[in-house]
Design a protein around this ligand. Structure first.
Ligand code: UDP
Length: 332
């Protein structure tokens, strides 16, 4: 049995937090990243195999030459809007990239896999909170490209006995409480970093995408979950696969509580002591009013509990990182 945990996308936002946690737990980690969107600084010294998920020969060599026990698969393209305008990119990286990885694993008998999946695989469910048994009917190519990966996992289990856990994240947010890692996307489109940048004076203002939704304050509600709580879930999934035959599982990862866009702005103001300049704009296409997930299944089956579940804790950790790293990793 192998000993190395291969982490694809380990130089990215959620991947890097997970790599740090794995290494802190004494695991041997190898990161696979093409550094297109990831940051070398975010590796914190972890070993890197630089290459692409689309390079089948590179993947075959990697699996043949290293003693890989399990794969955490974060590498993906993840902008919903871009997936609508450039679906090919999403099916290529997310679906074909994952297939290449699974083929390379199957060829070497590597049989443990954790997928970064997403609540976007559900589309727009009629009732909340979302539970795992609800129909998966994605409304954009990003969600569809991840759902295809979940299907592949079901079939690779049947054919090759590959165990897997698909973790359907809600809104990943926050940063490493020790301040070494944070969220640094270019371009930044996510609400919390944008609001923080506005509070820091790096942006004139934030635009609230619609205040006429059927929610208490009229703005969209999302379920923000701390990146370290996501990382911890991956490690619980790995331990569960190591101790028993788990088969094919899928779990939601959220806090079962939502925050509206205005609540996020208020939380940043409270944590930072600064005023956030904002304006109300039009709705963003494809935004459902409320997305909140139930995580009861992973709590009951794997014992997962969010440790940083409060929106203020999430925002505070993000604020600390952004104020220490005002230019993100580029300033290191
Ligand atoms: N949002 C906003 N202004 C922005 C960016 C996001 O009002 O500049 C809203 C967006 O409409 C959604 C929520 O903030 O309701 C979270 O958006 P984000 O892009 O962070 O994550 P998503 O829910 O799209 O995965």
């Amino acid at each position: 049995m192998g000993s190395v945990i291969l982490v694809t996308g380990g130089a990215g936002y959620i991947g890097s937090h997970t790599v740090k946690m794995l290494r802190a737990g004494g695991r041997e980690v190898l990161v696979l990243d093409d550094l297109c969107e990831g940051h070398r600084e975010a590796l914190l010294g972890a070993e890197l195999a630089e290459g692409s998920m689309l390079d089948r020969a590179f993947l075959a060599d990697l699996f043949a030459s290293r003693d890989i026990a399990a794969v955490f698969h974060f590498a993906a393209r993840c902008y919903v809007g871009e997936s609508v305008t450039d679906p090919g990119k999403y099916y290529r990286f997310n679906a074909i990239g994952t297939l290449n990885l699974l083929d390379a694993m199957a060829a070497q008998g590597v049989d443990k896999f954790v997928l970064s999946s997403t609540c976007a695989t559900y589309g727009e469910p009629e009732s909340m909170p979302i539970v795992e048994g609800m129909p998966q009917s994605p409304v954009n190519p990003y969600g569809a490209s991840k759902l295809v990966c979940e299907w592949m996992l079901r079939d690779f289990h049947r054919a090759h006995g590959m165990q897997s856990v698909s973790l359907r994240y809600f809104n990943a947010a926050g940063a490493d409480p020790a301040g070494e890692l944070g969220e640094d996307h270019a371009p930044e489109t996510h609400l919390i970093p944008l609001v923080i940048q506005a509070a820091m004076g790096q942006r004139d203002k934030v635009t609230v995408f619609g205040d006429d939704y059927p929610t208490p304050d009229g703005t969209c509600i999302r379920d923000y979950v701390h990146v370290c709580d996501l990382a911890a879930a991956h490690i619980l999934a790995l331990e569960a696969m190591e101790s028993s035959q788990l088969g094919v599982k899928a779990f939601n990862l959220g806090n079962s509580a939502g925050s509206s866009v205005l609540e996020v702005i208020r939380a940043v103001e409270k944590v930072s002591g600064k005023k956030v300049p904002y304006e109300i704009g039009g709705r963003r296409a494809g935004d459902p009013p409320r997305l909140v997930g139930s995580s009861e299944l992973i709590t009951s089956e794997l014992g997962w509990q969010p440790r940083l579940g409060d929106i203020h804790q999430i925002v505070e950790s993000a604020w600390n990182w952004h104020s220490k790293h005002p230019s993100g990793y580029a300033g290191e």
